[in-house]
Structures are given as structure tokens and as C-alpha cells.
Write a protein that binds this ligand. Structure first.
Ligand code: BES
Ligand code: ZN
Ligand code: ZN
Length: 486
């Protein structure tokens, strides 16, 4: 549940937790009264707080009979402001309030220059916690934030609504990823897709290809992964219409649990593998937004969401190392490691996007390789693209909202590592080195002319500290809504 957001003109009677943004060397702070300002100045002087970038000042004092919290976010100089960083500072501030069981907050942002939509997104996202499986005792002890009063001139109801719905979309993604595999299997992903269809009032349509549909089409790579599981697999297709000329597909890796299959993972590596559907969850989040607000999309005529959803499990029926599967484009793959399953499921989805749906543009989001986490850690995604122009168009939105990535190379000299003696290619490279790149090169074998971005989110899809992040949801929503031409 995200908090209710109210707009305040003036701060007549502020809540007991007040968040303020301040530029470096601020002389006064618009919107706050003299009592608050006086207390703030005393504390700022003592703590040498001057509003430098990255500095925060949090203190409390007694006001009448109540304890009042003041939380000031230093922005630095105006030209130093980076929106993504301000957003995460606001999220931190909200989390602090939540920890001390505050349920009403005031936010005054007259200094950052961020849009009201962005501030609303940060506030709502900061209020999140995953407590679906917690008892009532816990919920009583950790109440959620109910109301946030925002003082920000130039606010409009439409912008606030966009912010709230964008946050809801990202939080839906986080919920799906945080949910354990016992409660999140392919059928549950389909159920969520159908709920999105229902609330879209006819603007989002959903189709689910069953195992036999996929067999008829020839999706041998995806079905090979699904083989070991007792739960039915679904290839889920969502669709939304825009007013542009080009077709876009958003492909999300949707392995609802990755045990590794017969190439079983050690327990340490398997522990987090409920998150292996994070790519698909992000795609569902994005469609949730489209279904809720039904925005006009200028750059694309059609937006598809593709989720090849299945579990990767060992069993008597499971795909075995050495097996050969045939992908939708007819290419044969020697599967030497059943734990490199994401690229198999995605191979069929990429071909489906380009050949069956005629996509001009494809973005895939995938928790694809541990190697990408080794290379970039858990803050950055690894982005590979066969078209630098496409990547350049997307980049500003990622910087704006803090979905940060590092551009990675499709180094063609490594492609020979995937040569097989008995099939068109094999599903692993030569060794451990450059594993994120060889995985991306494998995917590239299934893309022909489409402008394509592959985003490996194995690192930033979740944090040990805070669970799922919903990487990509907000930046892709902003990209879809604002991008005018391609
Ligand atoms: N789902 C994993 C990748 C992963 C690792 C995601 C850590 C999130 C955190 C993927 O299917 C996998 O197992 N990849 C193997 C590939 C290898 C067998 C070539 C890996 O990264 O070890
Ligand atoms: Zn795997
Ligand atoms: Zn996987």
C-alpha cells in the first residue's frame, strides 16, 4: 500500500516528520516557519551542515508537547544536482520515518528542481516494504506510512497520478520478485497478466501459449528448460497500442525458480533464485502502468510484453547436459549446462518478437549471468546493444530515475567459444571469463535486423539488504511516455 499523497499550499500545521531539500549555502528555506528554522539553524551549525551534496541532517526537538523530526537533504549546488541521487535520498528519508513508526510525513521540495512526478515516485517507492508473509504482530509494530503532505509549487493532479501509478508499477514488480517460488510459478505470472488485462478496460490484451502451442510453433529451446518441472509453462504475450510507427517488444526472463536443472546449483547459489523472473516481473510492472493510466505512446505503434515463464528443475524428465534442442528459428543448440537456461528461454522469445511479431525494437531484461554481477556488482546493470543510437535514446531516462547501467561490449571474437561440433551452437562459452559477454553473444544469434538492447540485471534486480528493486520499470515507463521520435 502506497501512502495517500496530498498537496499543501502552505505548511500551517506540519506533521511531526518534516523532510526538506536544501541547496548548499541556503539562506532561508521557503515554506517553513520561524520556529522550525531557528531549531534547524542551531543544529546545522553544531553539525556543520551547509547543504552540501550527499549531506543529510536529521534531528528532533520538542515542540509544545510533541516531538518533531526534521530531516534535511543537502543538494549541493544547483548544477551538481543529479535526479537519481536526489530520489534515493528522498527514499532513504522516508524509510527513516518508517523505522521510527511515523505514519504522517510532510515533504517540502522547493529547491531540487525535480518534477512533482519524480518526487511523488520517490516518496511512494520509499514507503515500500514486503510484509505479505509477516504476522499481524509485525504489521502492528511496523505501521505503514499513511499520508504524505507535499509542498511543491507547480503540482498538478495529473502529474501526481502519474507518479503514484509509476510507483505502484515498480512496487508490483518488487512484490512479484520478493514472493517465494512456492507462491510464484508460471501460472501465477499469467494470473497477474490477466489481472492487468482486466483493469486495462480493453487496452491491454493477453495471450498465453501453452506447452502444446509452443510445440506447434517450434519453441524447442524454451520447452527444453521447462521439461524438468511439474508445473505447466506458459509463454505469455501482452499487447498495448501506441500511435507511432514502430513495433517494440519488451522481453523479460521469467524463470520462476532456477535450481540449475540437472546441472544443479550449490545451495549457496540457489538461495536467491526465486528472483530469476525479475525481468518478466519488470515487464508486468510496465504493463500495469499502461493498463492503469492508458497513456498515449508516440514512438511506437505496438508494444508487446513477452514472458517465457517456466521453472528450471531437475527430474527424470529434465533436459540433460549434452541434449540438443531446436529453437524457433531452426537453430540447433547443444545444451552443455542446464543452468545456462535463461538464454535458451530468451532465444525463442527473441525470435518470436522479431519473426512473429515483426518487432523493429527489442529490449530484453534478464537476470542472466553471475558473471555480470562479478563484473559490475549489484548497483549496475550490464547493457549490450547492437545499436548505439537506441541505447543513447534510453540512457537519459535511466540517469534521471537511477536505473543505472554500464555499457558492455558485444565482443565478436568471443563468439567462436559457442561453436559446437555437433550442433549450430552450444549454450556456454569456453570458461568462466567474460561470461556476461558470451551470454549476450549467444542471444545475439537470435536477433537479425531488430534494434536490440539486452540488459543483464542479475546484480541490481535485488539487494541483499532490501530485496527486490524493480530495476528498469521506472526508466522504461518514462522512456515510453516521453520519447517522441526514434
Ligand atoms: N539465473 C542465473 C544467473 C544469476 C546469478 C542471476 C546470480 C542472479 C544472481 C543464470 O541462469 C545462471 O545460472 N547462469 C550461469 C551461467 C553459466 C552456467 C554459464 C552462471 O552465471 O553461473
Ligand atoms: Zn541458471
Ligand atoms: Zn537463471
Amino acid at each position: 500500500m502506497t501512502p495517500n499523497i496530498h498537496i499543501r499550499e502552505t505548511l500551517a500545521k506540519p506533521s511531526l516528520f518534516l523532510i526538506i531539500t536544501a541547496l548548499q549555502g541556503y539562506k532561508q528555506l521557503k515554506g517553513i516557519d520561524s520556529e522550525i528554522y531557528k531549531n534547524l539553524q542551531v543544529k546545522a551549525k553544531k553539525d556543520e551542515f551547509s547543504g552540501k551534496k550527499g549531506e543529510t541532517l536529521h534531528f528532533e526537538y520538542i515542540s509544545g508537547s510533541e516531538v518533531r523530526h526534521i530531516y534535511v537533504i543537502g543538494l549541493g549546488e544547483k548544477k551538481q544536482i543529479q535526479e537519481g541521487q536526489v530520489r534515493s535520498k528522498i527514499e532513504e528519508a522516508i524509510q527513516t520515518a518508517r523505522k521510527i513508526k511515523i505514519s504522517e510525513i510532510d515533504v517540502i521540495d522547493e529547491a531540487s528542481g525535480l518534477s512533482v512526478r519524480s518526487v511523488v515516485e520517490a516518496i511512494s517507492i520509499g514507503s515500500y516494504s514486503f510484509d505479505r508473509f509477516m504476522g499481524t504482530d509485525h504489521k502492528k509494530k511496523h505501521p505503514s506510512i499513511r499520508n504524505v503532505y507535499l509542498t511543491k509549487t507547480d503540482s498538478t493532479q495529473t502529474e501526481i497520478e502519474k507518479g503514484v501509478q509509476t510507483a505502484n508499477a515498480q512496487l508490483l514488480t518488487r512484490d512479484l520478485v520478493n514472493t517465494p517460488a512456492s507462491h510464484m510459478h508460471p501460472e501465477v505470472m499469467l494470473k497477474h497478466a490477466l489481472e492487468i488485462e482486466k483493469k486495462s478496460k480493453g487496452t491491454v490484451s493477453v495471450k498465453a501459449l501453452s506447452k502444446s502451442d509452443c510445440e506447434k510453433l517450434g519453441m524447442g529451446a524454451f520447452l527444453g528448460v521447462a521439461e524438468g518441472s511439474d508445473r505447466p509453462a506458459y509463454f505469455i504475450v501482452l499487447h498495448y497500442k501506441g500511435t507511432g510507427k514502430k513495433i517494440l517488444s519488451l522481453v523479460g526472463k521469467s524463470i520462476t525458480f532456477d535450481s540449475g536443472g540437472l546441472s544443479l546449483k550449490p545451495s549457496e547459489g540457489m538461495m536467491d533464485m526465486k528472483i530469476d523472473m525479475a525481468g518478466g516481473a519488470s515487464v508486468l510492472g510496465i504493463f500495469d502502468y499502461l493498463a492503469s493510466l492508458r497513456p498515449q505512446i508516440h514512438a511506437f505503434s505496438d508494444i508487446y510484453g513477452l514472458l517465457p515463464a517456466c521453472e528450471n528443475m531437475p527430474s527424470g524428465k529434465a533436459m540433460k547436459p549434452g541434449d540438443i534442442v531446436t529453437a524457433l528459428n531452426g537453430k540447433t543448440i547443444e545444451v552443455l549446462n542446464t543452468d545456462a537456461e535463461g538464454r535458451l528461454a530468451l532465444a525463442d522469445a527473441l525470435v518470436y518478437a522479431e519473426k512473429n511479431l515483426k518487432s523493429d525494437y527489442i529490449i530484453d531484461l534478464a537476470t542472466l549471468t553471475g558473471a555480470c554481477v562479478v563484473a559490475l556488482g549489484s548497483d549496475l546493470a550490464g547493457l549490450f546493444s547492437n545499436n548505439t543510437q537506441f541505447e543513447k535514446l534510453y540512457k537519459p531516462y535511466t540517469e534521471r530515475v537511477g536505473d543505472i547501467y554500464w555499457q558492455m561490449p558485444l565482443q565478436q571474437t568471443y563468439a567462436k567459444q559457442m561453436k559446437s561440433k555437433i550442433a549450430d551452437l552450444k549454450n556456454i562459452g569456453g570458461g568462466r571469463y567474460g561470461g556476461a559477454i558470451t551470454a549476450a553473444l549467444f542471444l545475439q544469434e537470435f536477433v537479425e535486423k531488430a534494434h536490440w538492447m539486452h540488459i543483464d540485471i542479475a546484480g541490481p534486480a535485488h539487494k541483499d539488504s532490501g530485496g527486490a528493486t524493480g530495476w528498469g520499470v521506472v526508466s522504461i515507463i518514462h522512456f515510453l511516455e516521453e520519447q517522441k521520435d526514434l
